[in-house]
Design a protein around this ligand. Structure first.
Ligand code: ADP
Ligand code: ASP
Ligand code: MG
Length: 457
């Protein structure tokens, strides 16, 4: 087995998602997972289920004082429901810490309601992980594991792009080696996913669902031997098991395939999670903290089988922008102008199709964002060049697999099944690993169910 460069011992970075740290019993199951494998020496936790959603609301501009108080008391209830299981002394000490964090949170919420800014928003969002990591370190100690809290902001330095901050990977590696690695020798360190700190000392966040990515970055920085993502399902499935009960867990999947799934909306992994793992060839395990004995999915560089169809991913709330101009006919430079506008607004395009005088482009709506990325300012600028139409209420379906551009009959297998569904746009050919198309939001689940039946039955 590989070993990490600092301690010469195998090092697994274990990440537990929101449902895994939702209550005391769930946290205790995670503690047992840590206890049963001594290579688990760094634990990365998400906020307890529901807490980040409360914090998103708390950080908005239109929250009344009464609502602020109500949200904070709901968060408090979630956390005290866990600490009540500790002995009286521990409960008291931990509750004092929780109270003072919540006090700081209410000061921030008040400041935010007086003058909204993104900086406050991120500071507010960070409280879920700050709370759960303190509580989980204590749960470990109750389970007889030498758990110790560590503030990830000491090492996770980012730029100041609040809400989707970019991590300084070189600095993370340096700081992990000097500040974190020595602590891993005889302790199990518990730290926060999702949050970081900019050069001015402000709290930043990496985007919703970002704890997976934090854990992968830490695994890379510490030259970890394994990354384990513990969640509420027994691995990565052929499609979201919430859409069809026919979905089944995949035993082994390549980095590339899993990265495509994450990119195209499989919520099981944050889209960037596999980037650090691939850079350093760190195998990733995905399993259920509720049923660890059932195993899960191994994600690695090379796998034994490369089936034509591996999975179906679904991403909701997509925006389709069609730009049309007769000037495009036999002309050059039109697309460059369109893309210059999109780049200026920092918009990233997903799918593109073109015809003689029009181009259709799709855009994601990042999870948790309340408004479309295609603002009126973007539309107005595009309208200087061409006619613009914007459609919402669409879902992107991605069929993920291997050799999709080489295999015969792909189109027939996929679209014959969907003959009663309005397929709005199709993208195929750029990658051998996916075929993507848009359908109306109302048809999304049926589309996935039908396709799954046809391709995976
Ligand atoms: P966590 O809080 O542990 O990070 P998430 O809710 O972010 O958990 O991700 C787990 C969920 O991802 C599952 O409950 C499942 O509904 C959803 N999901 C979407 N696509 C897939 C897939 N292909 N395989 C497994 N789960 C998926
Ligand atoms: N707590 C954050 C969220 O809900 C990050 C995470 O869970 O990964 O988005
Ligand atoms: Mg998640």
């Amino acid at each position: 087995m590989n070993s990490n460069i600092t301690t010469n011992l195998p090092l697994t970075i274990a990440k537990f998602g929101g449902t895994s740290v939702a209550d005391y019993d769930a946290m205790m199951r995670c503690a047992n997972i840590i206890k049963n494998d001594t290579s688990n020496r760094l634990v990365v936790v998400s906020a307890s289920a529901g807490v980040t959603n409360h914090l998103v609301r708390l950080g908005q501009s239109d929250v009344s004082l009464a609502e602020q108080a109500d949200i904070i008391s709901q968060i408090k209830a979630i956390q005290l429901n866990i600490t009540q299981h500790f002995s009286a002394d521990i409960e008291r000490a931990l509750n004092t810490e929780i109270e003072s964090l919540l006090e700081a949170l209410s000061v921030l919420a008040l400041a935010q309601s007086k003058q909204y800014n993104l900086q406050h928003s991120d500071a507010i969002l960070s409280f879920g992980e700050q709370l759960s990591s303190r509580i989980f370190a204590q749960v470990l100690r109750v389970a007889d594991v030498a758990g110790e809290y560590f503030n990830v902001q000491e090492v996770m330095k980012t730029n100041s792009l609040f809400g989707k901050a970019v991590v300084d990977v070189a600095q993370l590696r340096e700081l992990c080696q000097s500040e974190l690695a020595p602590k891993l020798v005889n302790k199990v360190i518990v730290t926060q996913g999702f949050i970081g700190q900019d050069a001015q000392g402000n709290t930043t966040t990496l985007g919703r669902g970002g704890s997976d990515y934090s854990a992968a970055l830490l695994a890379e920085a510490l030259s970890g031997t394994n990354l384990a993502i513990w969640t509420d399902v027994v691995g990565i499935f052929t499609t979201d098991p919430r859409i069809t009960d026919q979905a089944r867990s995949i035993a082994e999947i390549s980095f590339g395939e899993a990265a495509e799934m994450a990119t195209f909306g499989a919520k099981i992994l944050h889209p960037a999670t596999l980037i650090p793992a691939m850079r350093c060839n760190i195998p990733v395990f995905v399993g259920s903290s509720k049923e660890p004995e059932k195993g899960g999915t191994q994600i690695k560089k090379k796998v034994d089988s490369n089936p034509t169809y591996r999975s179906i991913a679904l991403r909701r709330e997509q925006t389709l922008v069609t730009v049309k101009s007769p000037a495009m006919l036999h002309a050059s430079g039109f697309l460059a102008n369109v893309f210059a506008i999109l780049a200026k607004h920092e918009l990233s395009v997903d799918l593109i199709t073109t015809s003689e005088i029009s181009v259709a482009l799709t855009f994601d709506n990042p999870v948790g964002s309340t408004q479309s990325q295609i603002t009126s300012a973007v539309v107005e600028e595009l309208e200087q060049l061409c006619e613009v139409s914007v459609e919402h209420g669409l879902s992107l379906v991605a069929v993920i697999g291997n050799g999709l551009t080489r295999a015969k009959g792909i189109g027939q297998s996929i679209f014959d099944t969907l003959n009663d569904i309005n397929v709005r746009l199709i993208c195929h050919g750029a990658s051998a690993n996916n075929l993507c198309f848009l359908v109306n939001e109302a048809d999304a689940n049926t589309t996935v169910e039908k396709l799954h039946k046809a391709l995976f039955a």
